[in-house]
Design a protein. Structure first.
Length: 302
């Protein structure tokens, strides 16, 4: 059983951002901020949050996603980082261990670069390292090339909840692995009125944000200049459970030499989705988080 959570809103530019919070029963050991991927929501995180009953865990629905889907532009990593800073301020959080998955890792790294006092340690899960556009691909086509079916899904409609669940049941990432956590993630993502139900993420937000995953000069400079502990965990399979994954071992080797301050590791037998949405993946990520917490100075835990 996962640890129960509540949702709340906080003021950001243009409206209210929705976030989930898991509160411990006693004084928290520290705060963990979990930032989801490009078409996801806070429902990426219940399995990982459950591993830290002694911590306060906060997980937003990013601008343009989930219950924050109606927040307006601008989008992009600097705006998301500004929203995360506002979220931490609203919850009275001076400093947190910040974890980002996929695009959320780019948000987390931008937050760490722009507001370093807010981030005690940084964990990038299968994201946050620039993904260069393939040769010959225009910026206009980049979102489709990087995200493929994830972008196509945002333009689809579904007659009922069961239809959307079935869409995900046959998804290559979840073959023979459609768990309760995945069902809850899928159900939360569906909004609108039957028979015209649709995914919650704003296609304009997703398309704009995807253009920043190749990492511009300012982003890379910020990543190179981070002074807090930084960890990166690679998923060995990609969005469609395929090999090559989003990051190849060779790419990680190159980044390891370019970013000597980053600690690299690899998750076992997961893909880009199941690294957070299955117990195997969550246990692996939680193990890395636990190690980071154990090595943090005592003053950033309170």
């Amino acid at each position: 059983m996962t640890k129960p959570h509540t949702t709340f809103t906080c003021a950001v530019d243009g409206g209210e951002l929705t976030a989930a919070i898991w509160e411990p029963e006693s004084e928290p050991r520290g705060t963990i901020l979990l930032i989801h991927g490009i078409t996801a929501s806070h429902m990426s995180w219940p399995l990982i949050a459950a591993a830290f009953p002694d911590c306060r865990v906060i997980a937003p629905d990013l601008r343009g996603r989930g219950a924050s889907r109606d927040l307006p532009a601008p989008f992009g990593m600097p705006q998301h980082a500004q929203d995360m800073n506002a979220l931490l301020a609203a919850t009275g959080t001076d400093s947190a261990l910040v974890v980002g998955h996929s695009m959320g890792a780019f948000v987390a790294a931008t937050l760490a670069a722009q507001y370093p006092e807010r981030v005690s340690s940084l964990l990038l899960i299968d994201g946050g390292l620039p993904i260069p556009a393939p040769e010959g691909v225009s910026m206009e086509d980049l979102p489709q090339v990087i995200l493929g079916p994830a972008v196509d899904r945002l333009s689809m409609t579904f007659a009922d909840r069961e239809s959307y669940q079935e869409f995900w049941r046959v998804h290559p990432a979840f073959a023979d692995n459609f768990t309760e956590a995945i069902r809850d993630y899928v159900d939360y993502d569906l909004v609108g009125t039957a028979p015209e139900l649709h995914p919650a993420s704003n296609l304009a937000a997703v398309s704009f944000d995807a253009l920043q995953l190749s990492g511009d000069t300012d982003y890379l400079a910020g990543l190179r200049g981070l002074t807090m502990p930084v960890h990166f965990v690679r998923a060995p399979r990609g969005l469609l459970n395929q090999v090559p994954a989003l990051y190849s071992p060779e790419e990680c080797d190159r980044w390891r030499s370019e970013l000597p301050h980053v600690t690299f590791s690899e998750a076992a037998d997961v893909n880009h989705y199941t690294i957070t949405l299955t117990q195997r993946g969550a246990d692996g990520v939680a193990g890395v988080i636990a190690e980071i917490l154990a090595n943090q100075p005592r003053e950033v835990r309170a």
